[in-house]
Design a protein around this ligand. Structure first.
Ligand code: NDP
Length: 647
């Protein structure tokens, strides 16, 4: 008899690794499609609100035509941490530009019911130490994270010069004046000595090109443009938790009170859907969850953080210590495994790291051959996924539904998920899992979603279908960047991304790209990576200004050497053996170009150490600093005065 227990069952039985491999391979083969990434498209206009801002009205304002020391395209945690670290270094005329109506990046756009963060708030939310804020929960909900983004903006005076509801239309390097000219869709044309770009990975919502999508006559929207006017509820619906029975009453948060008589479809079962479905399940008349590949759902175990208890431990520098500890425990580095580490964070990600280390520690030293290490890792992975599948059986009452909810792939083929109400939702009589056996939704009719010939009539379709992460970075940035000698970033990266540290690009002086390829940002805590990068940005800007230089640019040799390091990383089995998804370019062949988008091979902790030593040395090896030979700031550049710190 299934129980509602969250405790994963540890299977005692021996693992049949060959059988599991065959099953995993069959599940992958079932899903690899010839159309790869092109199976998706950006949000069609017919979606409620389209790709516009459903949360804040766009206000009229005058165009700006001044000069700032530093401009950053993107108001998420990448831009905020860069702005913060620059402010600490005395660079105060920082301008952040974003098409959203406020700071927050993904947390501005994503306001779906149930939204929260899967990484522990004490490490996920940046600059807690500096702003003096202690989160209220181990896993913070979306509104608290969004408010923290605003807190950072206020704390570092980043609102003063920020431009919201503004899309950059071009960045052009002015070689005579050694400044960037920034133009926008609001008529702005200003200059900046330095620019940063933080294109993010989750800012272009995508939907599958399902036949008939244009003919469906009901309501449609994407999870990152939540339509509360249609569903009822508001941002506080993020907090609507509890399964509704006596042991776990529904608590807090506005109900989605317009859905009681509605039949609603959710398409997709990734991390967003896993957080969303429990909220919808409580308030929707009939909920149909359309699944192509199930996620693996581990225990979450959220709870309040007691400020009385935590406060006294938050001595200066505490978050840096937590960050270091989190990385050490959650992402094991190559080499001998030492004794068990203290685990300050104690979440799903550190559990993964501890498990891998325990497996390796169990091997005698003379058996630590690459093959034995791989075997031990495989075994740990198989056992973990067996536990994840056993949890489904323990929670989901209907055996047929439980069978369909089991993930058959390695742990990191898909983003691991953590939730204590998602699987439970399928025990409700109003929640129906429609499994598509890896094929996806077949088509739409005017009134229905069709799978395997069966029509499911619904009033509304909500796409939890993710974001465009696969198209080239320059396309996702959406504006041309023209560097020295008229070279565009598209041309410079025609054969793949080329950088130093994932950040500096030859031919593009005074520009910092804070993004994923060639850096350390594939770790489980992305804002930590942004903050490490921000420290490097701040050091380079400060050095350029205080040493009286006008420009800093990476040399071609240093950039080539870094690309060689990236290409030296081993392609992962996940690239070639996993079920397709955005983690592995939908299973498309691993080209040179894709390999250039890989992470720093020795892992995030090693990357952070290397970059910190690089800038702390003051040598900035690989960067060429230049003094402006002639020319001054352009006529149009006016008000801001000399950049702070210029020698
Ligand atoms: P994902 O890309 O992870 O998931 C998209 C879902 O849509 C998948 O289940 C996919 O199936 C499904 N899908 C695609 N096409 C079809 C189709 N034709 N028919 C049926 N289903 C289809 O998007 P998410 O929004 O869930 O997550 C995006 C990112 O946001 C992730 O990186 C995630 O880690 C992040 N995130 C982070 C959170 C946090 O706590 N920090 C919280 C929520 C999200 P298939 O798997 O087969 O491709």
């Amino acid at each position: 008899m299934p129980t509602d227990s969250n405790a994963p069952t540890a299977p005692e039985a021996e693992i049949d690794a060959d059988a599991l491999r065959r099953r995993y391979r069959a599940e992958r083969d079932k899903r690899v499609r010839p159309d790869g990434m092109s199976q998706y498209m950006r949000l069609p206009d017919r979606f409620a609100g389209g790709d516009g801002d459903p949360y804040l009205p766009v206000r009229d304002r005058e165009p700006v035509t001044d000069h700032v020391t530093y401009a950053f395209v993107g108001g998420g945690f990448a831009g905020l941490t860069a702005g913060a670290r620059l402010a600490e270094a005395g660079v105060e005329d920082v301008r952040i530009i974003d098409h959203a109506g406020d700071f927050g990046g993904v947390w501005y756009w994503n306001r779906y019911p149930g939204i929260m963060c899967d990484s522990t708030s004490l490490v996920y939310m940046p600059l807690l130490d500096e702003t003096g804020y202690i989160p209220t929960e181990k896993y913070a909900h979306g509104p608290e994270i969004l408010e923290h983004a605003r807190r950072i903006g206020r704390h570092y005076n980043l609102y003063d010069k920020a431009l919201f509801h503004t899309r950059v239309t071009a960045l052009d390097w002015d070689e005579n004046a050694s400044v960037w000219t920034v133009t926008t869709d609001r008529g702005d044309r200003f200059t900046a000595q330095f620019v940063g770009v933080g294109p993010g990975a989750l800012n272009h919502p995508k939907v599958p090109r399902i036949p008939g999508i244009d003919t469906f006559a009901g309501h449609m929207f994407h999870t990152s443009r939540w339509d509360y006017a249609y569903t009822g509820g508001d941002d506080s619906s993020a907090y609507r938790s509890g399964s509704g029975d006596e042991a776990s009453p529904v608590t807090a948060g506005a109900p989605l009170d317009k859905l009681g008589d509605k039949r609603v479809a959710v398409i997709g079962t990734g991390a967003t859907s896993v957080q969303l479905v429990p909220s919808l399940a409580k308030d929707t008349g009939e909920l149909f969850v359309f699944q192509r590949t199930p996620s693996g759902i581990d225990v979450r175990g959220n709870g309040p953080i007691d400020p009385e208890e935590f406060g006294p431990t938050a001595t200066p520098g505490w978050q840096k210590r937590w960050h270091e500890n989190f990385l050490k425990v959650s992402v094991p580095e190559p080499g001998p495994v030492g004794p068990e580490l203290e685990d300050l964070v104690d979440d799903g990600w550190t559990e993964i790291g501890k498990r891998v280390r325990a497996t390796l520690r169990g091997l005698p030293a003379d058996e630590l051959t690459p093959e034995r290490v791989q075997h031990a890792m495989d075994d740990a992975d198989f056992r973990k996924m067996e536990r994840i599948r056993a949890r489904v059986d323990a929670v989901v009452e209907d055996p047929e539904t439980a069978a369909k909810l089991k993930p058959w792939y390695r742990e990191f083929c898909k983003r691991p998920c953590f939730h204590d109400e998602y699987l439970q939702s399928f025990n409700r009589p109003n929640v129906h899992l429609v499994d598509t056996d890896g094929k996806g939704v077949e088509r739409f009719t005017e009134r229905a979603v069709v799978v395997d010939g069966t029509e499911y009539e619904v009033d509304c379709v909500i796409f939890a279908s993710g974001f465009d992460y696969g198209s080239p970075l320059v396309d996702r940035m959406g504006y041309p960047v023209t560097g020295r000698g008229g070279l565009t970033l598209s041309e410079a990266w025609a054969d793949g991304v080329r950088t130093l540290h994932g950040m500096f690009v030859h031919g593009f002086p005074n520009m910092f790209v804070l993004q994923f390829p060639q850096g350390a940002f594939f770790g489980p805590n992305i804002p930590q990576g942004w903050d490490e990068a921000a420290r490097s940005v701040s050091a380079v800007v400060s050095a350029t200004l205080t040493r009286g230089h006008a420009e800093a640019e990476v040399t071609e040799e240093a950039q080539n050497a870094w690309c060689d390091v990236i290409l030296g990383g081993h392609p992962h089995v996940y690239d070639t053996e996993c079920t397709p998804g955005y983690y592995n370019n939908e299973g498309e062949p691993l080209t040179h170009k894709i390999r250039l988008e890989g992470p720093y091979p020795s892992g995030p902790a090693a990357h952070f150490r290397l970059v910190e030593q690089w800038w702390k040395s003051g040598e900035f090896e690989g960067l060429a600093f230049r003094t402006r030979s002639e020319g001054t700031r352009p006529e149009s550049a006016g008000s801001a005065g000399a950049p702070t710190g210029t020698a």
